[in-house]
Design a protein around this ligand. Structure first.
Ligand code: ADP
Ligand code: MG
Length: 661
């Protein structure tokens, strides 16, 4: 049975200890790890998982934006190396995220299904993304929004949608959309497509991300990565693709059903989400609804009448959207609804949607506040989502940030383009990319008290090398167990164990004397090699860490989230463990000193020392960090004067050519 590793405090101190002079130089220096803790969170991580290694494939990996309103597929062209959205013969890139079921059970997806919204509202499913990973309880307050039937049978289970006699889950419905996109891509590219990167909003939780993955699998797609939409949008503009690039950017995404503002920090190709804010029920749909409500009032249609006449509801909605889009380039819109004339001017429309735009500005302010930034500190503002085409939106955001916007790319394609860029990197085509070459989680070993001692912090570049010296805790200790962990928590029990090995055959030496150098080396393929060498005797051991299974993106994200949630607890535990470890070593050293030099000390010195040692043992027993630290200092103060005296005498003896020990 090997003892745990004891961390070296100072090599010089250990040498002197061997000469019985340690008590003087061994002054309590609590190494402050707290400030080193890796506690920041990166939702938008773009890092290779060292567990799975880099991906190499000949096949085209597509990027997919599975949107609430519209979905689309993009690839990076191998000739021009530019990302492009795939365009069908109809000339359109966007596929409305709408699924229609006819009475015979035939399924139609996209524009054709959209046409049927008015005639068959109960058989035409839209905005299914809003239901992904949700229970009825989650969506009941917005149940009116859906013209189709969202089943309310059991509030705890995931929602189902009823169409005729059949029930569908949002995952199945999304898979129909993904299947349509896959077929389109295969038709356009004339090759089978089986691998994809799919984007999700930054605020999607685990259940929603998993649902998206499952939808991909159901559609026959191997989902290589789920990427956050703001990260993808930035990649589409080339932000974060250059080495040594450091930028703080805001991604403003106003789509059909959702609003999302994310503040990202890009450093050397690593995306760190500083804050996110937004509203899952705010988007272009709300503009349509505001306008539909305006016309409903003008046309004197009662709420009851609308409720009964779903077809009229949809017609109002569709015409309102048409008007909104028209007003992005024109000043007035006119149309007929059920034989009645309706119209709206741009200033009238702006007045209707101003409160919605104001809500997005409030979210922007909150996001900046949460990121601890002033708007002047934002280097770039990326505009995403079809609704950012509304002139009032652009003007308001430009005014708010006081800067020009990144809005040259089609706002409704930019996320898919970025997903394609990410897919291209995963395919190994973009060899200059730094993005992949970082560790997703910190790597380290277990030290005394079950603490995680990080050798390679997360987000470090690969290949990488790190080393640190450790020593033994007990006299004559002949072996050391080296346990390698991955994770961000301060205690190894909360991290993931990667490997363990033993360094045996250390020659018998007093505690603290062996110098064991532990080295970590991650090669270009992401394989970690750990070796340990006792420097005095030269004995060594090494091991290659090839985990049997990799971590999924979700697991990595969960581990990072956990480290944030438990950051405070972890810091307190670490501080206590360190204080106790220090104290125990102090007690051990003092005991040894007393055993050797008792005759040279006055009776009173011995008694005060024993008293201080007792106080320290009690403090350790009750696990009070502050008391442990105070008692350790007190014992140090008591012992320092006589330790110095004994050292002086020993030095004088040494100079006379006598032996010190
Ligand atoms: P999502 O990300 O939710 O799928 P998109 O980014 O595709 O959404 O944006 C869809 C929204 O953009 C819809 O509400 C649509 O009406 C709106 N939109 C599209 N084109 C325009 C336009 N020219 N002017 C105003 N709004 C537009
Ligand atoms: Mg979108």
């Amino acid at each position: 049975m090997f003892l745990q590793i004891y961390k070296t405090f100072s090599a010089a101190a250990i040498e002197l200890f061997n000469a019985c002079l340690l008590l003087i130089v061994y002054h309590v220096c609590l190494i402050n790890y707290l400030c080193n803790s890796n506690l920041y969170l990166s939702m938008g991580k773009v890092a290779i998982n060292i567990a799975t290694g880099s991906l190499q494939t000949e096949e085209t990996i597509v990027g997919i934006d599975l949107g609430t309103t519209n979905s689309l597929i993009a690839i990076v062209r191998q000739d021009s190396r530019q990302p492009i959205a795939l365009r069908e013969t109809d000339g359109l890139t966007l596929v409305p995220s709408i699924v229609h079921f006819d009475k015979e059970g035939n399924i139609t997806v996209g524009s054709a299904a959209r046409e049927l919204l008015v005639q068959e509202p109960e058989r035409t499913i839209y905005s299914v993304k809003r239901l992904m990973g949700k229970s009825y309880k989650d969506v009941s307050s917005h149940a009116d929004f859906f013209a189709y039937k969202v089943i309310d049978d059991n509030t705890d289970t995931l929602v189902k949608i009823q169409v005729g006699e059949k029930f569908y889950s949002p995952i199945e419905l999304s898979s129909f959309i993904l299947k349509e996109l896959k077929h389109r891509a295969e038709h356009i590219l004339k090759m089978p497509i089986s691998k994809a990167v799919i984007t999700v909003p930054a605020y999607f939780n685990d259940a929603q991300r998993q649902a998206t993955r499952d939808a991909g699998r159901l559609a026959g797609l191997d989902v290589l990565r789920i990427v956050n939409e703001p990260t993808a949008a930035s990649l589409a503009y080339g932000l974060g693709l250059k080495a040594n690039e450091e930028k703080t950017i805001a991604v403003y995404d106003l789509g059909g059903g959702t609003f999302d503002i994310s503040v990202l920090k890009i450093t050397n190709g690593i995306f760190e989400v500083l804050s996110t804010n937004g509203d899952t029920y705010l988007g272009g749909d709300d503009m349509d609804r505001a306008l539909a409500a305006h016309w409903q009032l003008q046309m004197n249609i009662s709420d009851d009448e609308l409720k009964q006449n779903k077809s009229l509801t949809q017609q109002l909605r569709v015409t309102a959207e048409e008007a909104k889009k028209h007003l992005s380039n024109n000043d007035i819109f006119e149309a007929d609804i059920n034989g009645r004339k309706v119209s709206i001017t741009k200033p009238e429309f702006n007045k209707l949607v101003q409160p919605l735009v104001d809500r997005t500005i409030t979210s922007c302010k909150n996001a900046l506040r949460d990121a601890g930034l002033k708007k002047e500190q934002i280097d770039a503002i990326v505009m995403v989502g079809g609704s950012t085409r509304v002139p009032l939106v652009k003007e308001s955001i430009r005014d708010f940030f006081g800067k020009e916007l990144f809005d040259q790319l089609n706002p409704d394609e930019v996320v898919a383009l970025g997903a394609a860029v990410q897919a291209d990197i995963l395919a190994g085509n973009n060899t200059e990319m730094l993005l992949l070459d970082v560790t997703p989680l910190s790597l380290g070993i277990e030290t005394m008290g079950g603490l995680m001692d990080v050798l390679i912090p997360r987000n470090s570049k690969i290949p990488n090398k790190a080393g640190r010296q450790y020593t033994t805790q007990k006299d004559g200790q002949s072996g050391m167990r080296i346990s390698v962990y991955q994770g961000e928590r301060d205690l190894v029990q909360d991290n993931r164990k990667l490997a363990e090995f033993s360094l045996a055959g250390i020659p018998g030496m007093p505690a603290g004397l062996p110098k064991v150098e532990v080295s970590f080396l991650i090669d270009a393929d992401g394989i970690l090699k750990v070796s340990a060498k006792e420097l005095r005797s030269g004995i060594q051991q090494s091991i290659e860490v090839k985990p049997q299974y990799g971590l999924t993106d979700e697991e990595v994200e969960k581990m990072l989230l956990d480290s944030l949630t438990h950051a405070k607890d972890d810091m307190q535990t670490r501080a206590l463990v360190e204080a106790i470890t220090e104290a125990e070593q102090m007690l051990d050293v003092t005991e040894k000193f007393l055993a050797k030099h008792r005759e040279e000390l006055a009776e009173e010195e011995v008694n005060t020392t024993l008293g201080s040692m007792q106080m320290l043992r009690e403090a350790i027993y009750i696990k009070d960090k502050d008391r442990v630290q105070h008692a350790t200092e007190a014992l140090n103060d008591v012992s320092r004067p006589y330790a110095e005296r004994v050292m002086d005498a020993a030095l004088k003896d040494a100079m006379k050519g006598k032996k010190v020990i």
